[in-house]
Ligand binder design. Structure first.
Ligand SMILES: [Zn+2]
Length: 281
């Protein structure tokens, strides 16, 4: 009898601990969420998840929310399908794609330098050029709002790219958000991704399963890019500390990229914008 009472007490205690964990869990973290120890191998997306899930709101304002963790989607506005070749920035007669930008005066000199480095990352080896806005109708408005996010592709007119300070001001994160603005989704959203990676559904936060959807992407005849700056890290949205994305065939492949675009990322830009593969970009 004593043993039964003791067992009951232990189970009551356990459920109390569980409740407490729930009450004190991070703002958007699921029950039992354990933050993984960082060893400096985090991807750009890992940093974005940290900034967006624990500090920023998922609802940017009343009508705009985030899809896949950091892609802004406006309700009520017919969202163009950007997975193919729509929503492109226009190409100049000189062969470059000029993306006009306005930078919030709230950024410090150091922060401005980092943002420009993020732009240079994309410009190097591609036909894209970021230019300060003068009169252009379409432009990106870079602001330190809450979280790191961008709309997908060119929407026409002014479009915000949010780079919260200091959480989102890392070169890889900045380049990742500009890649969304150029029209790219996350690499593991490719329709053929199941040939290359296994999604470990039971390890993903239950309310973030949708971040792992596949889309009808135009893969531009390029191979699956495990090392893309647009690839989620191996532990993205893990609720139990176990991997959520595992490369098929070889477990030694590193997923994602911390601070630079991969070679294939650059090819992607040049293919999407039909810029060829000129060496002089
Ligand atoms: Zn993203």
């Amino acid at each position: 009898m004593d043993r039964i009472i003791l067992l009951c007490m232990v189970s009551t205690c356990l459920s109390a601990v569980h409740t407490q964990k729930f009450l004190f869990s991070p703002k958007w973290g699921p029950i039992g969420y354990k933050e993984r120890e960082e060893h400096g191998d985090g991807t750009a997306m890992d940093e974005i998840i940290k900034a967006n899930e624990f500090q920023a709101s998922r609802i940017i304002d009343g009508t705009t929310s985030l899809r896949e963790g950091d892609i802004a989607v406006s309700a009520g506005r017919r969202n163009k399908v950007c997975f193919a070749r729509s929503c492109l920035w226009s190409k100049s007669v000189d062969g470059h794609v000029y993306v006009a930008y306005r930078l919030s005066p709230e950024y410090s000199e150091m922060e401005t330098k980092l943002i420009k480095k993020g732009m240079e990352n994309i410009e190097e080896g591609t036909c894209v050029r970021f230019v300060p806005r003068t009169h252009q109708r379409d432009y990106i408005d870079i602001q330190p709002k809450s979280g790191c996010w961008s709309y997908l592709g060119a929407r026409g007119g002014r479009q915000t790219v949010s780079l919260q300070s200091p959480d989102c001001l890392q070169v890889g994160v900045i380049s990742h958000e500009f890649m969304h603005a150029l029209g790219f989704v996350h690499e593991q959203s490719r329709f053929d991704r199941d040939n290359y990676v296994t999604i470990m559904w039971p390890s993903i936060w239950r309310d973030r399963l949708r971040n792992f959807e596949k889309f009808k992407t135009d893969n531009l005849d390029l191979p699956y890019d495990y090392g893309s700056i647009m690839h989620f890290g191996m532990y993205a949205y893990s609720q139990d500390g176990e991997p959520t994305i595992v490369p098929k065939n070889s477990k030694n492949i590193k997923l994602g990229q911390a601070s630079t675009l991969s070679h294939i990322d650059k090819l992607k830009i040049n293919r999407l914008y039909k810029c060829g593969t000129k060496d002089d970009y």
